[in-house]
Write a protein that binds this ligand. Structure first.
Ligand SMILES: Cc1ncc(C[n+]2csc(CCOP(=O)(O)OP(=O)(O)O)c2C)c(N)n1
Length: 635
C-alpha cells in the first residue's frame, strides 16, 4: 500500500500552513502529535500539556495572523505545536538541546513568540500590555492570552483580569481547562471552573437556537430580536454566577477543545468583538498518547522515555544504580521530622511531586497544603502557620521563589517567623532554559535580615540542616540544593551543624583553600585532585552556611592561606563571594581572594539548554575549569 505523504515537513513557514486545505488539518494534528511524542521521548520535555493543545494551536493560527496578532502562551510549556507551525519544524529534533530550540517561547528565537514565558500566570498581563500598546500606536491587531486552569490559580492572573475588565480593550483570553495543574488542580477556582464546564452543551444549543429562529419565515426576524432580548434576561439567570462576566468580560464556552472546525468557528466570532472576552475551552491533557492521558501528572515534564513502554521502562535503571537525589533526601528527612514533631507542616505551590512531597501528603494529610500556583500566598500562609506555633516547611523551586521576595522580607523575616524554605532546583537547571535557572536565590535573599541560607553537600547534610532549621525560632531558613544526585557520603558531612560555620574537609598545609557551596562538592573535589597532580595542594572548606557567618572564625580561617577561592553556584552580584571578599578586605586578611561563580548575565540562548554538566562547564564551574582558573593565579 502506498504511504500517504506527510504534511508537516512541507510546512516551512506559517504561510505554508495557512494555505493548507481545511480537510488536511486533522491529519496534520496527528502528525504534530507523533512528532511531539517522538521528540520528547528522545530529548525529554513537557509532554502532556503539549499534546492537549494541538487542535487549539491549529485553530489559533488559522484564525489569527501571527506575528502581527500577538499570541502569548502562559507558562509556555505547551508551545511545541506553535513552534512547528511557525517555521521551526526542521529544528524541532534539537528541542532543549545545547544549540537547539528552547522548550518555551522566546522572542529572540522567532517573531512568532510574542512574549517570553516560563513562570506561570503572566500571560494575561503581557497580552494586555501588548494590546494597550497596539491601541496607542494606532494598530488593529489582536492579542490573545492562552492560560491553563492551573495558571489561573496564580494571583497575577486576577490582577490582570481586573485591569482588563476596566480597560475594556478587546483582549482575548483563552482558558485552556484540562482540570489539571501538574497534579490535579486544587482550590475554589478549580471547583468553580468545573461548575461552569457542566454547561458544556449550552453554547452549542444557543448557536443552533439562534440559527433556527432566524430561519423561521416572516416571524423569524421578529422572533430572533425577541429571543435576543429574552436571552439578555436569560443570560442574567445563566450568568449571575459567572465571575468573568462580572469582571467585564464576555464569556464564551465551555467549548470542546479537540474539534478544530468548532474552535475555528468560535475564534472567528470572538475576533469580531470590541470588548474583552474569555473563551473557555475544555481539553484533555496528554491527548492521543495513552500513557499520558492515563497519568498526565507523571507525563507533565519528563526525561527521555520509551514510546512503547512509557516512563516505566526507564525507571528500573535508576533503582538498580541506587542513586538518591537531593529531592528524595529532603522528602525522607521531612517525613522523619514530621514523625517526631506534630507541629511540622508542609506547603507546596502546585509542585507536590517535583518537590518530593507526595509521601508526606499521603502520610500527614492534615498537615499538608497544596495552595495552587501561588508562591506568594504559600509564603505568607506559612508565616501565618508559624505565627501560631507550627513549623512550616515550604518546598519550592528556586526559580519560582523569585516572586516571593516581599513575602519573605515583610511577612516572615521582619516578624522573625521560623518558616523553613526547601529550595529545590537551586543552581543550574538542565534543559529548561533561562527562565528556570536557580541562580538568583542567594543574591535575592542574602539581603533579608534574620534569614539563614544553607547549602547541603549531601543527603545527610541536608537532613542535619533541616533538623537545625526546624529548631530555630528567630526567622526564616532557606536550604538550597540542586536537581542532582547526592554524592557519596563523607564523614565530615555528618558533623553537627554549628550556626555560621562550615566544615574543613581536608588539611594539607598548602597555601590554597577552596570555600564552596555544597552543590559543587564533586566539582571542587575534582579540581583539587587535578591541582594535586600539578603539585599544588588545595584544601576544601564546605561552607554549609551562606548566612549567617561566624565572621571571626571565618576570617581566622582565611588568614591561614595565601589564596582563598570562593566558589558558588549562583551569580556574583550580591552573592557569597562578594561578601566574603569584602570581609577579607575589611579585616586586612593577607590572603588574595578570587570568586568563581555563574555568569551574571542571562546567558546566551543555546547556553542555558543542555545538561547540568554542560551548564557547569559553560560557566567555568566544572572540576577542570576550576583547576585551570586557579592554576594561573599569582598570589
Ligand atoms: C510561578 C510558577 N510556579 C510553578 C510552575 C511550575 N509549573 C509549570 S506548568 C504547571 C502547571 C500549569 O497548569 P496549567 O496552567 O493548567 O497548564 P497545563 O499544564 O494543565 O496545560 C506548573 C505548576 C511555573 N511554571 N511557574
Amino acid at each position: 500500500m502506498q504511504q500517504t505523504e506527510l504534511i508537516l515537513p512541507g510546512i516551512k513557514t506559517l504561510h505554508d500552513f495557512k494555505k493548507l486545505p481545511a480537510e488536511k488539518l486533522n491529519k496534520l494534528a496527528e502528525e504534530i502529535r507523533e512528532k511531539i511524542v517522538s521528540t520528547v521521548a528522545g530529548n525529554g520535555g513537557h509532554l502532556a500539556s503539549n499534546l492537549g493543545v494541538v487542535e487549539l494551536t491549529i485553530a489559533l493560527h488559522r484564525v489569527f495572523d501571527s506575528p502581527s496578532d500577538k499570541i502569548v502562551w502562559d507558562v509556555g510549556h505547551q508551545c511545541y505545536a506553535h513552534k512547528m507551525l511557525t517555521g521551526r519544524f526542521s529544528s524541532f529534533s534539537l528541542l532543549r538541546k545545547k544549540g537547539g530550540l528552547a522548550g518555551f517561547p522566546k522572542r529572540s528565537e522567532s517573531p512568532h513568540d510574542a512574549f517570553n514565558t516560563g513562570h506561570a500566570s503572566t500571560s494575561i498581563s503581557a497580552a494586555l500590555g501588548l494590546l494597550a500598546a497596539e491601541q496607542i500606536l494606532g494598530g488593529k491587531n489582536h492579542a490573545i492570552a492562552i492560560i491553563g486552569d492551573g495558571a489561573l490559580t496564580g494571583g497575577l492572573a486576577y490582577e490582570a483580569l481586573s485591569h482588563a475588565g476596566h480597560l475594556k480593550l478587546p483582549l482575548i483570553v483563552i482558558l485552556n481547562d484540562n482540570k489539571m495543574s501538574i497534579s490535579a488542580n486544587v482550590g475554589g477556582i478549580s471547583k468553580y471552573l468545573s461548575r461552569l464546564s457542566m454547561k458544556v452543551n449550552y453554547q452549542t444549543f444557543r448557536r443552533h437556537f439562534d440559527e433556527m429562529t432566524k430561519k423561521i419565515p416572516v416571524l423569524g426576524g421578529f422572533l430572533f430580536d425577541l429571543v435576543q432580548r429574552l436571552k439578555r434576561a436569560v443570560k442574567a439567570v445563566f450568568y449571575t454566577d459567572n465571575f468573568f462576566v462580572d469582571l467585564g468580560f464576555e464569556y464564551v464556552g465551555p467549548i470542546r477543545g479537540h474539534n478544530i472546525q468548532a474552535l475555528i468557528n468560535v475564534l472567528e466570532d470572538v475576533k469580531k468583538l470590541d470588548r474583552p472576552v474569555v473563551v473557555h475551552v475544555m481539553t484533555r491533557k496528554g491527548k492521543g498518547y495513552g500513557f499520558a492521558e492515563d497519568d498526565p501528572d507523571s507525563y507533565h515534564g519528563i526525561g527521555s522515555f520509551s514510546i512503547d513502554g512509557g516512563i516505566a521502562a526507564n525507571g528500573k535503571a535508576v533503582i538498580t544504580e541506587k542513586k538518591i537525589s537531593f529531592t528524595e533526601s529532603f522528602s525522607k528527612a521531612l517525613i522523619e521530622a514530621a514523625k517526631r514533631d506534630s507541629r511540622v507542616a508542609a506547603v507546596t505551590a502546585a509542585m507536590q511531586t517535583g518537590t518530593g512531597l507526595s509521601v508526606f501528603a499521603e502520610t500527614f494529610n492534615d498537615r499538608f497544603f497544596d495552595v495552587g500556583i501561588a508562591e506568594e500566598h504559600a509564603v505568607t500562609f506559612a508565616a501565618g502557620l508559624a505565627a501560631r506555633g507550627l513549623k512550616p516547611v515550604v518546598a519550592v523551586y528556586s526559580t519560582f521563589m523569585q516572586r516571593t521576595v516581599d513575602q519573605v522580607i515583610h511577612d516572615a523575616a521582619l516578624q522573625k517567623l521560623p518558616v523553613v524554605f526547601a529550595l529545590d532546583r537551586s543552581g543550574f537547571v538542565a534543559a529548561d532554559g533561562e527562565t528556570h535557572q536557580g541562580l538568583f536565590d542567594i543574591s535575592l535573599f542574602r539581603s533579608a535580615p534574620n534569614t539563614a541560607i544553607l547549602c547541603p553537600a549531601s543527603g545527610t547534610e541536608l537532613q542535619l540542616m533541616l533538623d537545625w532549621a526546624l529548631q530555630q525560632n528567630s526567622g526564616p531558613a532557606i536550604i538550597r540544593y540542586p536537581k542532582a544526585y547526592c554524592p557519596q557520603e563523607n564523614t565530615a558531612f555528618s558533623a553537627p551543624v554549628e550556626t555560621g560555620r562550615g566544615v574543613l574537609l581536608s588539611k594539607s598545609g598548602g597555601d590554597i583553600c577552596l570555600f564552596f557551596t555544597g552543590s559543587l562538592y564533586r566539582e571542587v573535589q575534582e579540581a583539587a585532585s587535578i591541582l594535586k597532580e600539578q603539585g599544588i595542594s588545595a584544601d576544601l572548606y564546605n561552607l554549609r552556611f551562606v548566612k549567617p557567618i561566624d565572621e571571626n572564625y571565618f576570617v581566622s580561617l582565611i588568614n591561614e592561606y595565601k589564596l582563598a577561592v570562593f566558589i558558588e553556584e549562583g551569580i556574583k552580584e550580591g552573592g557569597f563571594g562578594e561578601y566574603a571578599s569584602s570581609l577579607a578586605r575589611q579585616y586586612n586578611c593577607k590572603a588574595s581572594t578570587i570568586i568563581l561563580c555563574a555568569k551574571s548575565s542571562f546567558f546566551e540562548n543555546d547556553q542555558t539548554l543542555g545538561t547540568r554538566e554542560e551548564l557547569l562547564a559553560v560557566n567555568g564551574l566544572d572540576g577542570k575549569s576550576i583547576a585551570e582558573q586557579i592554576y594561573g593565579i599569582k598570589y
